[in-house]
Design a protein around this ligand. Sequence first.
Ligand SMILES: Nc1nc2c(ncn2[C@@H]2O[C@H](COP(=O)(O)OP(=O)(O)OP(=O)(O)O)[C@@H](O)[C@H]2O)c(=O)[nH]1
Ligand SMILES: [Mg+2]
Length: 444
Amino acid sequence: MAASDVLIACVGKPSAGKSSFLNAVSDASAKVGNYPFTTIKPNRGVAYVPIDCACKRFGKEKLCKPRYGRCVDGTRWVPIEMLDVAGLVPGASEGKGLGNQFLDDLRTADALIHVVDVSGTTDSHGKETVGYDPINDVEWLTGEIEAWIYNNLKTKWSSTMRRHVAVHADPAFTLQQQLSGYGVRLPLVLSVLDKLRQVLTSPDHPTPYTKDVIAALESWDDEVLRTFVKMFVEEKFPTVIALNKIDLPDAAKNIDKICRKYDESRTVLTSALAETFLRRLAKQGFIRYHEGTDRFDTAEDDESGAVEGGQKLKTMDEKTRSRLEKVQDLVLFRYGTTGVLSVLTTAIKLLHLVPAYPVKNIHNFSGGGHGGGVFRDCLLLRPGTTVREFARKVHPEIDRCYLWAEGVGGVRLGEDDIVTAANNVISFKTSQEITRKEDGGGGR
Ligand SMILES: Nc1nc2c(ncn2[C@@H]2O[C@H](COP(=O)(O)OP(=O)(O)OP(=O)(O)O)[C@@H](O)[C@H]2O)c(=O)[nH]1
Ligand SMILES: [Mg+2]
């Protein structure tokens, strides 16, 4: 079984800190540099996000043993896959800075993290400068993504329409086929079409369209197509804005300006540099870092008896200690956290993902195979995933010998039932034993 079914991509202009962000939250070690286009080929990594685990609901916290990640007192750290792509510059959709090729790397992302250099020390092309206003960067990126998808659709639009009319195709079906390269499914297209109809036929629209025009693709004019693309991008690529480099001096004044203008629920302040430093110190055994908080323990805390148990921490040299104090002063005391984990949890929330637990035994929640324990596996599913689709994600072979699915209490689940928080612990009955091939984690 794949460790993750969700892909979150870091986007933004060159030198905003995308690769630093990926390194800070995942196991990746992407190249970082203070010059534009350090990244050309996309980097991948696996990050872990905290969710409330099912073991808590059933009072089985002590027995919980995830195959990937960990579960501590009912908080489970679930793997998600991350992607870091090359920097985009204004005009990317027209091919500037190899933009088309770079945009293509994003096609299958479920959500985007728009990394913005809020310090104003890099210009729109990622070159070093002073006093640049980062509000410009927040603005153009979405427009660039819309233009890229619009251009892709528009190039083939007249031939697509000829075929659409000739075969009397369903509009949603034609659009889904045209957008299949973005991993788009029919429910998403239907939902966008629904919104499009509501907005463009509303009496509040300056020149309202009739329902018939919206229903007949061949009668769409440019405004309808552009509005469709705008709504499609909103649904397909929910975006969190990471205002990065908050540790630098000019960040504070720019943050104020941006936060006044943009939706607070989608804007997070980050210092990828500070998080990378804290995690490195933790890995080297100098601190015990409580990720997502402003807290860490040092060797002195252990000696003073403030902390009990765990591995003994090493004593830092003066240089490292003073860097750590700086991170505390500039980031942790001022902003509470480095923000990077918060970006991931915000992205997960925007996607409304449903955690689902395939178990071998629906009565004691064991997973079969080696290692014992309960709730061995957990997948974050996109909303609307059916029981049968879930089975397919658990193991492609289950699909071939699928008999039926059982929920908690032995309740039989239909294969077209939607997996929700209420029925997300499932045991699949098969006509033959499935042998699990451990994939070592990280795959999709
Ligand atoms: N002060 C500070 N510097 C940062 C932070 N994040 C990244 N940087 C620095 O910004 C520069 C660019 O970082 P990268 O992670 O390579 O940026 P990128 O967006 O991947 O750049 P490209 O691959 O060229 O598109 C490097 O010098 C990083 O050390 C941060 O939170 N604070
Ligand atoms: Mg990079």
